[in-house]
Design a protein around this ligand. Sequence first.
Ligand code: ASC
Length: 150
Amino acid sequence: MKKIASLVLALAAIATSVPATAQFAKPEDAIKYRKSALFVMQQNFGRVAAMAQGKAPFDAKIAAESAATAEFMIKLPWAGFGDGTDKGETKAEAKIWTDKAKFNEYAQKAEQEMAKLSAAAKSGNLENIKPAVVAVGGACKTCHDAFRKS
Ligand code: ASC
């Protein structure tokens, strides 16, 4: 029992001594994490965007659920852009790590626009969803143009 208690304490000490940015065992894990989060986010956003563009039938419930998921997912990728995660299987531009302020600003803008889209989708009105989708797309594009290799 004593052994278990000291093991728990030791693990807790390790956990609390790890800096906030080092949330991943390996850089590859961080890259996989951010790509996965962006993929799930895009699948959900894309579903709503297709409805807004008339490429898919409008289903208010699916739109609201998908937008809510995208709103949550878009908060996640940024933690995967820590120091030392610029090399590997990634299209991330090195500029991300030299202009973090701009990168964070664009990420935040995308989060804000996605939150507005989610609110619009909750209204159940496609006419509210359309401009919000355009705004999210614009925020995605701004960041990609600056920070993603084509
Ligand atoms: C998408 C997607 C993007 C953005 C961007 C908007 O659905 O995969 O990267 O929207 O194309 O301009």
